[in-house]
Design a binder for this molecule. Structure first.
Ligand code: AGP
Length: 596
């Protein structure tokens, strides 16, 4: 959600910034812009639409060694050229890009800026105007920025250039991700490492309410009060090639097909020298000592959490509850005496999850984050972290991170207490193999998508028990990239209202991987068929019937929904492809949701 790139050094910045912004496209945006400082002048170019549109408008003759760029996902003000970033102060001395939301924008306008003529409808412009106001009143630039920070309430990652200073790039952060990258003779800033990985793999984490002064040779970090912070950079283990599409048409396809590899990678990361499962005893002890696990997550990660609850309860006999992060914060359930809060989040930056983390930490509870991003906010701030090892996930629609989350949750539950004696590694290896065979059936999924999903307005996924959780995820996948209105339903619930929506040719896709509900779901299929639905069945081999459309090889019942994720991800992919949708960057969505 919004992206920032900044560079100061020896090369012309335009291409560095544009390429960095392209690496952040996956986060979601609706406009983009760039500012280049050259000969004490600032060149600004910004456009609604894609970075490709911005490129067309950039004056190629402008060159400079210091610059900032931005992709904007509109919150305040419509997505148009004026509201795009960068924004400038009235005299155009200061130019700034911002991620986040300023909550007291109105109050600041009235209190300090009643005489200022604003150019845009954004909350961001308040920040750059405030900095200029304090400088005009006689403050040094650094102090003016820190004073501005202390008056802002809300979230921000800022990159700022001052037209009168060709040697410094300023930055600040609060509750929105920002990293500084250390180079040889240059330094960088970006919302995440991927925008800088082609230039450096050495990064500084920035804490909330910190201020940065960056020159081409140095990165100085200060607290909001001006005290210098001594922090060592860390080396990121991302490979620049992990962020490329390779031979695939879309990142989503690449990421779907990486899933068997991800399962195997996780098994090797969480095994000891003898090949047995291995997770830090401290983490296991904290989980064993708690009386209930509260899993907090959003979207796809929430769906993985629902499966995780089954693992903790069925494998480890440990009570667990799964709560949508944005609901928890306003409607907290009764908390048990010794809870443990488990945050499941691909990005590790989701603002709704972070709000819960801050709250439960204040309450003194133990916390654990499962995330794909080392060094992310939720990873840094929780007591413990377990990494997902899925590699960078670029497509907005989450696929391999979902599989990684479920894989880590299965290993974790079995390590906490394996009451049913399940051989998790053996079963996961089987799933990885089944996934590989399923990936070979692409053409079949494409044909089914053409037959069932090309023209439809809506669609339903139905399933019971573990299959119901898979249906929720399948429905989210289909709706977010193909824009077909899709719902996942507990099959038995249909006749309590939703069946009224079934009409001639409404696609209803049933998932049946669990033996004990096989016949029940099949009778639900008959009910919708009798009302005109066009039904499709995805089943497990041992309970399959002749006319089932997709048959998944047999696996352990607790893990079988994990194998069945492959066909539903492909159905979503091909439906979106056939309907001409932007698969990797669906409309209105952001990969990393960093505002509440
Ligand atoms: C699903 O495809 C989405 N990208 C979305 O639901 C996502 O899972 C959600 O926003 C949570 O993100 P996180 O895992 O990074 O916290």
């Amino acid at each position: 959600m919004c992206g920032i790139v900044g560079y100061i050094g020896f090369e012309d910045v335009k291409e560095i910034i544009l390429q960095g912004l392209e690496k952040l496209e996956y986060r979601g945006y609706d406009s983009a812009g760039i500012a280049v400082l050259h000969d004490n002048e600032v060149y600004v170019c910004k456009e609604k639409g894609r970075i490709a549109d911005l490129r067309q408008h950039i004056d190629k003759s402008v060159t400079g060694n210091i610059g900032i760029g931005h992709t904007r996902w509109a919150t305040h003000g419509t997505p148009n050229q004026i509201n795009s970033h960068p924004h400038q102060s009235s005299s155009k001395r200061f130019t700034l890009v911002h991620n986040g939301i300023i909550e007291n924008e109105e109050e600041l306008r009235q209190k300090y800026l009643s005489d200022t003529e604003f150019q845009s409808d954004t909350d961001t412009e308040v920040i750059v105007q405030l900095i200029e106001k304090f400088v005009n009143e006689g403050e040094e630039v650094e102090l003016a920025i820190r004073h501005t920070m202390s008056r802002l309430s809300g979230s921000y990652a800022l990159a700022i250039i001052d037209k009168q200073d060709m040697n410094t790039l300023y930055a600040a952060k609060n509750k929105t991700p920002l990293l500084a990258g250390k180079g040889e003779g240059f330094n960088m800033l970006a919302s995440d490492a991927m925008a800088m990985i082609n230039h450096t793999n050495l990064f500084y984490e920035i804490e909330d309410k910190e201020f940065l002064k960056i020159t081409k040779d140095d990165i100085e970090i200060y607290t909001i009060y001006g005290n210098k912070v001594n922090r060592q950079p860390y080396k990121a283990d991302i490979d620049a090639s992990d962020t490329e599409k390779g031979p695939y048409a879309h990142y989503m396809m690449k990421e779907i097909e990486e899933q068997p590899f991800v399962i195997r990678k996780i098994m090797s990361e969480y095994s000891n020298k003898c090949g047995n499962m291995n997770i830090s005893t401290e983490i296991l002890q904290d989980i064993r000592n708690c009386d209930k696990i509260y899993i907090i997550a959003c979207g796809t990660s929430y769906h993985a959490g629902l499966v995780g609850k089954q693992f903790f309860e069925k494998i480890a006999h440990k009570p667990a509850e799964v709560i949508i992060a944005s609901e928890f914060i306003y409607n907290m359930p009764l908390i048990t005496e010794k809870p443990l809060f488990m945050f499941v989040t691909q990005s590790g930056e989701t603002a709704d999850c972070r709000a819960v983390l801050v709250k439960v930490k204040e309450m003194g509870y133990k916390t654990l984050t499962l995330t794909n991003v080392k060094g992310s906010t939720l990873s840094r701030e929780a007591d413990h972290t377990l990494l997902l090892y899925a590699g960078p996930e670029i497509a907005v629609a989450s696929t391999k991170a979902y599989t990684a989350q479920i894989t880590v949750l299965a290993i974790l539950a079995a390590m906490v207490d394996n009451k049913i004696g399940i051989d998790v590694f053996k079963e996961l290896s089987k799933i990885a193999y089944i996934m590989e065979t399923l990936c070979n059936d692409r053409e079949k999924y494409k044909k089914l998508a053409e037959e069932y999903l090309l023209k439809t307005r809506n669609c339903f996924y139905i399933g019971r028990s573990m299959d119901y959780f898979l249906c929720l995820e399948a429905a989210l996948k289909l709706k977010e990239i193909s824009y077909i209105q899709t719902e996942g339903f507990a099959a038995g619930e249909l006749k309590h209202g939703t069946i009224a929506l079934i009409e001639k040719d409404t696609p209803v896709i049933a998932v049946i991987t669990q033996e004990n509900i096989n016949l029940n779901t099949r009778s639900n299929i008959k009910e919708v068929k009798a009302r005109g639905a066009k039904t499709m069945v995805i089943s497990m081999r041992r309970i399959s019937q002749e006319k089932d459309n997709i048959v998944v090889d047999d696996a352990h019942e607790l893990l079988s929904p994990l194998a069945a994720i492959i066909p539903v991800q492909y159905l979503a992919y091909y439906a979106a492809l056939l309907r001409g949708c932007d698969i990797d960057k669906p409309r209105n969505l952001a990969k990393s949701v960093t505002v509440e």
